[in-house]
Design a protein around this ligand. Sequence first.
Ligand SMILES: [Zn+2]
Length: 175
Amino acid sequence: MITMEPASRPSHARPDVVQAVGRGLRCRCPACGEGRLFERFLKVAPSCSECGQAFHHHRADDFPPYLVMFIVGHIVGYGIYVAETRYENVPVLFHALTWPTLAVVLCLALLQPVKGAVIGLQYGNGMHGFDPSRPGRQEETDERRKPDDGRARREAADGVPDGAARTDLAKPETP
Ligand SMILES: [Zn+2]
């Protein structure tokens, strides 16, 4: 008799949020943990090369840089505080060279993993196009990404350019 032990489940079973965030933090696909999440430094791949999970509908937007600024601000701010309070006569040149360099290096080092973690968080919570129970969500997100397509279709339907149609609507009709 064959029994399905939890360990013998396929490795591509949907991971929980913590696992998905951890995979994103390592810049790997949150679904399988194997494929690369990024094409270039901050350019997310359209889909996973290993399992085919689509990434193009992620909505990380400004959240990764916000988190990075929050983290780096605390590290550098605390560093300046320690240097000024624990040590005497710290040369101005030390401050001028250390903190800006540290800030730039930390930002560049953290941006990619933090963005990966945010995408992993969205995947783990089934946000945006990552909800497997609502396949329609993916098309909705795709529509919002291409506003020009909708406009072109409306123009084709009524034969009036979109801008002209809006002007007509703004003008009150006189009897
Ligand atoms: Zn994958």
